[in-house]
Structure formats: structure tokens, C-alpha cells
Design a binder for this molecule. Structure first.
Ligand code: ADP
Length: 663
């Protein structure tokens, strides 16, 4: 009996469930407290006398205060426990008896059996509720402590790792936001540019398609760069911008004269072009002018001048050494790092659809396994085709038909025939000495003075000085070296000005020229001083102008052997043989011993420099030298021979010094 509690619960047996072969379950329902008053029987089972306890009604202020406190506790408690149904709070609130409230709370699974027993044994309801309240308080404190520990543990999670994760997330967000904002702006910008560019419909469609492709790319896709570059090319190209041609003949003539001395024929042709353009307007297909002539005669600078006289923009593309079709037409976009070809690049640079487009050195183009650039160039220059020019990179048609193409070349014969047929060739012969002096005085000297930072208060060139530079320091058809030498003198004077002060003034005389440029490089005349036996003068035409070829023929006792020295090409060798045969067949006419070939060996030497000499026209000079040697009659030194095949006048450089002699 000591082990039994003094207060218990009087219960009714509700159900009794007996399973065959199993235990019997009894469900009891509590009715009221029962207080043990004494034990009446111990065996075979204990019997006690109990007194039923029913809570008295309590409606004191204290009871209400404790109840409302406990209700608050319950609410706080439930809030801290997960998975407690809302109804629990509702049910607890509906209770209006302190004792009943205490019992109800004690029934909750949170209460251990001992705690329940404690509550059972406190008979006075308000006290019981107070007791419950204390236990509740303990539980609450325990729970909030657990919470605290939990969140502290969470806070204790590796700080660095958390920061790392956070930062990563932040960066992703920023990147996405940032990039998306940038990309959107870009896409809009492209759309605007496309609208503004005035592209043909199909190009526009294509461009817009690319814009929407760009829009749908993942922000980190490598494709973005490719599409962007492509769109930049498309939108930067001129599609509708044109300069209005300035077609005033007087102005044009003035501008052409301002830039170049002489060149009357070329200038006239340009003015004719402008005149026709004025009358026919755009109906006229631009002819393709090709300036052919030695270096430094002003081919390139003429192109620029034409652009200026017509008020067009100007671009220049050098074809020297171009051997790959892709340089003209570009690479397909599938290539990594692909770009448009030079034509499209230059059109972008020009910024207008009708520039003057100089194709420099068309004769220096070569071809190899990578494709023939001249075929591509043909398409560029063909007025029937060039309104739909296809660049591999661009992949849309581009209209080149309003471009004025001008080609330059040193020689015609290396230009493919098909290309040559498209062009209108304008020969620029070299300049005579007199013309060079004029060009130097009017243009080159002023340019050089300005270029080296001097003024005409520092330096003046005498005519003699210019002539000395031309005769002694240059040998060329054009004026490029002349320009260089004059600049070189100016730089030397500029140095002096820096050292001695801006008041320095120098008159450039022939002596000064020698002082500044050193020992003269060329003798004034290459023609022999006197008529001589066995010496004849030939003329050779080269890319840079022309040469005098003094041909010497010497006879030695022997048996008709022919020796040739002086860097002679195959054709020249044959020419020498032909000359020999010619002289033998006509020996009598020339008063030459018939059997000279049995008595003499012939040595032909063409000493001039180490220039490779070739070409059929030397035959006549060789024959003359040979006849002179055999007949012992001097050949005239002031007559020279050249078989002329070239179109137009050819200036021969050898004529320098004996001005006009061999022109
Ligand atoms: P090319 O293209 O024929 O090799 P450039 O056009 O480069 O020659 O000319 C070389 C230089 O000579 C340029 O500075 C050019 O202005 C000048 N020049 C050539 N011919 C003349 C000329 N008739 N009048 C004025 N300057 C000239």
C-alpha cells in the first residue's frame, strides 16, 4: 500500500475487447478524483475505500488571472512546437474552470506521468493550475533554450563556406542582371542601327534574324561574340549613304592642277569623265581607269586628287602580294576569327557607297592554291556583276556599282587579260628632266619644307640645286626618290635650325647638295663621249623607266666563237646569235670579210650595272656593234636603238644629262 498513490482517478469501464487467444483490452473513462481513505482488503486483491472529489466552483480574481496567464503560456508553447493542431488552442480557450484547465493541460503528451500524478494530487483547483503554470514555465524555458541552441548551431556552421555560397549566389545574380541589362541595350541598339542603315530588305531581314538569335543566346554563350561582330560589320557598312558628286568642271580642273603638274592627257580624261557623268548621271557605268606607269609618277596621288575633285571619299587597297582570294572576299563565318575581305573593309572605311576606290598595284597580284584573287577582282570590277558582290563573311549581297574604281600598275603584261579588258588604260610616261624640275619647284620642295617643320624663311632651293639632285642623286622615271632626297636635305637643315636657332637661313646650291647628300651616285651622261668602233648604244625599257645599254663588241683571233658577258638573259643570247647570222649573210654589203667567223672570236659585253637584261629588241644594237667592230667604222654615239612595242611614249632614263637626246 505504501507504493500506491493517495489520490487516483475513479473510472468507468467503457469497452472490453477480448480477442480469442489474445489479451483482453479494457477502455476506461476517468470520472473524478478519488482519495484513498483506507484499505479494507489486501488479498487476493487490494480493496480501498475512496472518497470522490469534485472540484468546487472558483470564480476569484486570482483564478481568472492565473487562467489567463496559463492560456498565454499555452499559446506560446504551441507556437514553439511544430505539428500541434490549431484546435488545441481553441479547445483550451473554451475551458472556464481552473481545475479543469489544469487537468486538460496535464493530459498533454508533454507531461510525464509523475508530473500528471503531482497535478492529480493537488486538489485545490487554483493551486493545481499554479503548479501547472510553473511546470509550463519550465517547459517553455527549456524549449526556448533549445531553439537558441539550434539557431546558434546553425550560426556556427562554417562561416566561410556560407559566405562563399552567398557570394556565389550574389555574383550569379549580378552577372545575370548586369549582362541581361547590357545585352538588352545592345540588342536595342542593333535594332535601331539596322532601321537607320537603309539596308535592302533581304539584308535587313537577315540582320534582324541575327539580332533575335543574339537575344536568345545564353549570357555566357561563345556565340554571342561572333554574332555581335557580324552585326557590327553589317550595321557599320554604308548601305545608303552617298556623297553627292561635285560636277563643276572648272572646280575639278582647278583641284587637279593644284595637286599635279603636267599630266595634261590624264587630267583631260578625268574632266571628260566628269562631264559625261554630269550629262548621263547614274545611267553611266563608271569606266575602270587604270593608270600604268613607272613608280613615282603620281598614279596613287592622282587617285586621291580625283576623289577630291569630285567630292567623293577615297580609299586605297594595295594588291601587291595579294595571293589569296579570301583577302578580297573574306572568310566564311564558320572560320574562327573570320573577317570580311579587303573590299568590304575598305567600304566600311569609306563610309559611303560611292567612294573613289584605288586598287594599287594590280599587276603585283599573284595566285596560288588558295584561289585566284584576280577572279574575285574581276567580279568586283564587272559593272554587270558588282551590284551583287558577295563577301564570304558578310554572306549578303553588297552593291559596289556606284564605286569608282581606279587601278594602278607598273606594267600591263602581268595583268590577266580578262582583267585588262575591263579597264581603260591611261599611260603615265615618266617625266623629263625639265618636268621634274617644275614638279620639284612647285610641289615637292614646298611639301618637304613643311614636312620637316621649316618655313621658306629657313631654306631656299636654287634651280641648279634641284637639277643636281635630279641628275646626280636620282635615276628614275618618277619623282619618288627626288622627293626623298629633297626631304633629306630639308631634315639636315632642320637639324641645323634646332642647333643654331630659328634665324638660320640656307640657300641650297649644287655645292650644298653635295655637302648634304654625299658623293653623287650617278654620272650625268652614260652615252660615250666619242664615237667608237665596236660600241653601240641600245635602249632598254624596264619597269622603272628605261636604261641605256652600251654594247661593246671586241674581236679576238679565234674561230668564230661567240662569248657574251654582262648578265644576259636567254632571249638576249638568241638575239646575239641572230645578230651574228645576220652580219654573216650580209657581210659583203657591209664591207666585211666574208670568213670573219673563221678568224675571230667575238666577245659581246653589255656592262651597264647588274640589271638582268632580256628582250628581243637588243638584236639591232648587237648587230650594229658587231658590224662596227668588223668594218672598223665607229658607230654614232648619239643614236640609240629600241624596238618599241609599248603603247604611248616611253621615257628612257639614260637620256638624263643629254636632255632630250634619246627621248
Ligand atoms: P605612284 O603611285 O605612281 O608610284 P605616287 O602617286 O606615290 O606615285 O607619287 C609619288 C610622289 O610624287 C607623290 O608625293 C606625288 O604627289 C608626287 N608627284 C608625282 N607626280 C606629280 C606631279 N605631276 N605633280 C606633283 N606631284 C607629283
Amino acid at each position: 500500500t505504501d507504493e500506491l498513490c493517495p489520490v487516483g482517478v475513479i473510472a468507468e469501464v467503457g469497452h472490453k475487447i477480448t480477442r480469442p487467444g489474445g489479451p483482453t483490452h479494457i477502455i476506461l473513462q476517468g470520472v473524478a478524483r478519488g482519495i484513498v481513505k483506507g484499505f479494507d482488503q489486501r488479498a487476493p486483491y487490494t480493496l480501498a475505500t475512496i472518497e470522490r472529489w469534485d472540484d468546487p466552483q472558483v470564480e476569484t480574481l486570482e483564478a481568472r488571472a492565473v487562467m489567463s496567464h496559463v492560456l498565454e503560456q499555452v499559446e506560446a508553447y504551441v507556437a514553439m512546437l511544430p505539428n500541434v493542431p490549431e484546435e488545441v488552442v481553441t479547445m483550451v480557450r473554451s475551458v472556464d474552470e481552473p481545475g479543469w484547465l489544469a487537468d486538460l493541460i496535464a493530459f498533454s503528451p508533454e507531461f510525464q506521468p509523475e508530473k500528471r500524478q503531482e497535478a492529480l494530487e493537488i486538489l485545490e483547483p487554483v493551486q493545481r493550475l499554479r503548479h501547472i503554470s510553473v511546470i509550463m514555465q519550465e517547459r517553455l524555458e527549456y524549449l526556448s533554450l533549445r531553439h537558441q541552441i539550434q539557431s546558434e548551431a546553425q550560426a556556427g556552421m562554417d562561416k566561410q563556406q556560407r559566405e562563399y555560397l552567398l557570394r556565389e549566389q550574389m555574383r550569379t545574380i549580378q552577372r545575370e542582371l548586369g549582362d541581361i541589362a547590357g545585352e538588352e541595350a545592345l540588342v536595342d541598339e542593333f535594332r535601331e542601327k539596322i532601321e537607320a542603315a537603309g539596308m535592302p530588305e533581304d539584308v535587313k531581314t537577315k540582320a534582324l534574324l541575327q539580332v533575335s538569335r543574339l537575344e536568345h543566346q545564353h549570357p555566357f554563350s561563345p556565340e554571342i561574340g561572333v554574332i555581335r561582330t557580324y552585326l557590327e560589320w553589317l550595321t557599320d557598312l554604308p548601305w545608303s549613304t552617298e556623297t553627292e558628286d561635285q560636277l563643276d568642271l572648272k572646280d575639278a580642273a582647278r583641284i587637279l592642277d593644284e595637286d599635279h603638274y603636267g599630266l595634261t592627257k590624264v587630267k583631260e580624261r578625268i574632266l571628260e569623265f566628269i562631264a559625261v557623268r554630269k550629262l548621263a548621271g547614274n545611267r553611266m557605268k563608271s569606266p575602270i581607269i587604270c593608270f600604268v606607269g613607272p613608280p613615282g609618277v603620281g598614279k596613287t596621288s592622282l587617285g586621291k586628287s580625283i576623289a577630291r575633285s569630285m567630292g567623293r571619299s577615297y580609299v586605297r587597297m594595295s594588291l601587291g602580294g595579294v595571293r589569296d582570294e579570301a583577302e578580297i572576299r573574306g572568310h566564311r563565318r564558320t572560320y574562327i576569327g573570320a573577317f570580311p575581305g579587303q573590299i568590304i573593309q575598305m567600304m566600311k572605311k569609306a563610309g559611303t557607297m560611292n567612294p573613289v576606290f584605288l586598287l594599287d598595284e594590280v599587276d603585283k597580284m599573284s595566285m596560288d592554291f588558295r584561289g585566284d584573287p584576280s577572279a574575285a577582282l574581276l567580279e568586283v570590277l564587272d559593272p554587270e556583276q558588282n551590284n551583287t558582290f558577295q563577301d564570304h563573311y558578310l554572306d549578303v549581297e553588297y552593291d559596289l556599282s556606284n564605286v569608282m574604281f581606279i587601278c594602278t600598275a607598273n606594267v600591263l603584261h602581268t595583268i590577266p587579260q580578262a582583267l585588262r579588258d575591263r579597264m581603260e588604260v591611261l599611260q603615265l610616261a615618266g617625266y623629263t628632266e625639265q618636268e621634274k624640275i617644275e614638279i620639284a619647284k612647285r610641289f615637292l620642295v614646298a611639301k618637304a619644307i613643311e614636312g620637316s617643320g621649316l618655313t621658306d624663311k629657313n631654306i631656299v632651293f636654287t634651280d641648279d640645286a634641284v637639277q643636281t639632285v635630279i641628275q646626280r642623286y636620282t635615276r628614275e622615271a618618277g619623282v619618288r626618290n627626288l622627293e626623298r632626297e629633297i626631304s633629306s636635305i630639308c631634315r639636315k637643315v632642320a637639324r641645323k635650325v634646332v642647333v643654331e636657332g630659328t634665324a638660320t637661313f640656307e640657300t641650297i646650291t649644287p655645292e650644298k647638295v653635295t655637302e648634304y647628300l654625299g658623293v653623287p651616285r650617278y654620272r650625268p651622261s652614260m652615252a660615250e663621249e666619242q664615237n667608237e668602233v665596236g660600241v653601240a648604244t641600245g635602249l632598254a625599257w624596264t619597269e622603272v623607266g628605261g636604261e641605256i645599254l652600251v654594247t661593246e663588241c671586241t674581236l679576238m683571233p679565234g674561230r668564230g666563237r661567240l662569248m657574251l658577258t654582262g648578265k644576259l638573259g636567254d632571249v638576249m643570247q638568241e638575239s646575239a646569235q641572230a645578230a651574228m647570222s645576220f652580219v654573216r649573210t650580209r657581210a659583203e654589203e657591209f664591207g666585211i670579210q666574208k670568213d670573219f667567223n673563221r678568224k675571230y672570236d667575238v666577245h659581246v659585253h653589255i656592262p651597264e650595272g647588274a640589271i638582268p637584261k632580256d628582250g628581243p629588241s637588243a638584236g639591232i644594237t648587237l648587230a650594229t656593234a658587231l658590224i662596227s667592230a668588223l668594218a672598223r667604222v665607229p658607230a654614232r654615239r648619239d643614236e640609240a636603238f629600241q624596238l618599241v612595242e609599248a603603247v604611248g611614249p616611253v621615257l628612257l632614263l639614260g637620256a638624263q644629262g643629254d636632255a632630250g637626246l634619246f627621248e
